[in-house]
Design a protein around this ligand. Structure first.
Ligand SMILES: [Zn+2]
Length: 251
């Protein structure tokens, strides 16, 4: 079993508007955009999120106009390019876990019509009624097959979906178990943005602090019980120091 961290671009945000819980970051914060690929012992390829739409390569404001958010996406940051580095094509992906439908997590969904997408029912319903946040051109496509689930679920041996609402209704994280050398890894997605928010439980100023705190503590309980490795989606500090990025991997 292998787990790859897939680099898919950078989103820079205005700290006061988007991360007021970490004022020490200064005016701007540049967070990486990450997807994850799990290759199981049974030969399944499971993708967790698909990153940004390649519409952003030529038009950084393809989804959100500046200056509060600034997207940087190069051709190499396209999920198809990254999979290609491993010799994989989109058709090799069996399952795509959608943690939530924010634009930096589902922008490549359109490239996987053969896959089964798995999303929490609550997030799917939310996205359908919040097109100003969850841009339908990225995810609401007739050729995509969405399987709706409710709450925590063992998706397949070694891969558990864990409901972590707060950042968005029906937001989910993924627990990967059974990596031979690494053990358990928790893919938090946006249950927390940075290790500071996660470890220090900086929830003041977040959109739904009570729910976000409960989700952080839920993941910490798993981390503590299983000595798990935490991989956040947008943590610039860990990204440049401790994360193993594709083509490297966790096994
Ligand atoms: Zn995000």
């Amino acid at each position: 079993m292998r787990l790859y961290v897939v680099p898919l671009g950078v989103v820079e945000v205005d700290v006061a508007k988007f991360m007021p819980w970490e004022p020490e970051r200064g005016e701007r914060y540049s967070g990486p955009v990450a997807g994850f690929l799990v290759q199981t012992d049974h030969g399944r390829n499971v993708l967790v999120d698909t990153g940004l739409s390649p519409d952003h390569i030529d038009d950084p404001e393809a989804r959100i106009a500046g200056p509060d958010v600034k997207v940087t996406m190069r051709p190499e940051d396209d999920i198809r390019h990254q999979l290609g580095l491993l010799g994989l094509a989109p058709a090799d992906i069996d399952t795509v876990v959608v943690t939530h439908f924010d634009f930096d997590h589902c922008g490549g969904n359109r490239f996987f019509p053969q896959a089964s997408f798995v999303v929490q029912r609550e997030q799917y319903a939310y996205a359908q009624t919040h097109h100003e946040r969850c841009f339908p051109q990225d995810w609401d496509l007739p050729e995509l097959d969405y399987r709706l689930v409710d709450g925590d679920l063992e998706l397949m041996p070694g891969i558990e979906l864990v409901a972590t609402p707060g950042h968005a209704p029906g937001h989910q994280s993924v627990v990967v178990r059974g990596l031979e050398h690494t053990g358990t890894v928790i893919l938090t997605s946006d249950a927390a943005h940075t290790h500071v928010e996660f470890e220090q439980e900086r929830v003041d100023g977040t959109p739904d602090p009570v729910t976000i705190l409960a989700s952080i503590q839920k993941l910490k309980a798993i981390r503590d019980a299983e000595n798990a490795t935490i991989l956040l989606c947008h943590d610039a500090d860990a990204w440049s120091t401790t994360y193993r990025l594709l083509p490297d991997y966790y096994d």
